[in-house]
Design a protein around this ligand. Structure first.
Ligand SMILES: Cc1cc2nc3c(=O)[nH]c(=O)nc-3n(C[C@H](O)[C@H](O)[C@H](O)COP(=O)(O)O)c2cc1C
Length: 202
């Protein structure tokens, strides 16, 4: 694997350009500057993103998803990236419907190639309006998706980023996250772990 080919894909599950988008971009920027990752950013914001309708076209045909919408531009990046970062706002104590739709729609990729996510490295971040509003539950759901699809899950470890990066926007969107020093520190801790693994893989 060549250094310049190590791609970290950040997927943002917020319908707004506020705290979550800032946090995902902050993580990608840190990953580039500190660990030399090539990065790509994709957001659900403003996209035409349909739900999985369980038609099983993907299972029968093994040619991807029957829907022709914005996720078609995300699929190649998901296939190519060795490192994945999924970020979500906390809605109703868990992840956003938008990021869940992305995860469900990944069934089409897996149906085509059961090993599509095998041995990729994944992390999650979540932004809540409350300090303890469900960030860890949201992260856990993303990590479950990773685990189910053979993505190796990473966190920043104990003392700050146990399951991933949890951020508190105080319901002030981007401004809240920008000033959440502990949350930003947690992002750096997880990205550091990604960087260590990247160096071990090369
Ligand atoms: C429908 C909805 C449900 C929400 N539920 C929660 C919640 O359960 N816990 C929480 O901490 N914040 C909750 N919030 C607040 C958002 O998580 C918070 O404003 C966050 O910063 C939004 O992400 P953004 O800044 O990327 O837009 C909710 C917001 C919306 C719109």
């Amino acid at each position: 694997m060549k250094l310049e080919n190590v791609l970290l894909l950040g997927v943002c599950g917020s319908p707004r350009n506020q705290g979550t988008e800032f946090a995902v971009k902050y993580a990608l920027d840190y990953a580039t500057k500190k660990f030399g990752f090539e990065t790509e950013f994709w957001t659900v914001r403003g996209k035409n993103l349909k739900f999985c309708i369980h038609c099983d076209y993907c299972i029968r045909e093994k040619k991807g998803c029957i829907h022709n919408d914005s996720i078609k531009e995300l699929y190649p990046a998901l296939e190519q990236a060795q490192f994945l970062l999924f970020g979500t706002p906390v809605f109703q104590g868990t992840l956003s419907a938008q990021i869940k739709a992305v995860m469900d729609r990944c069934r089409a990729l897996v149906a085509k190639n059961p090993n599509v996510f095998m041995n990729k490295v994944g992390m999650a971040l979540a932004v809540g309006g409350d300090r303890n509003g469900g960030q860890e539950i949201a992260i856990r759901s993303i990590l479950d998706f990773f685990q189910q699809n053979h993505v190796i899950c990473v966190s920043g470890g104990a003392f700050g980023a146990n399951l991933g990066a949890t951020l508190w926007s105080r319901d002030e969107g981007r401004l809240g996250v920008e000033t959440d020093e502990e949350g930003l520190k947690a992002i750096k801790m997880v990205i550091k772990r990604m960087g260590t693994l990247k160096n071990a893989l090369i």
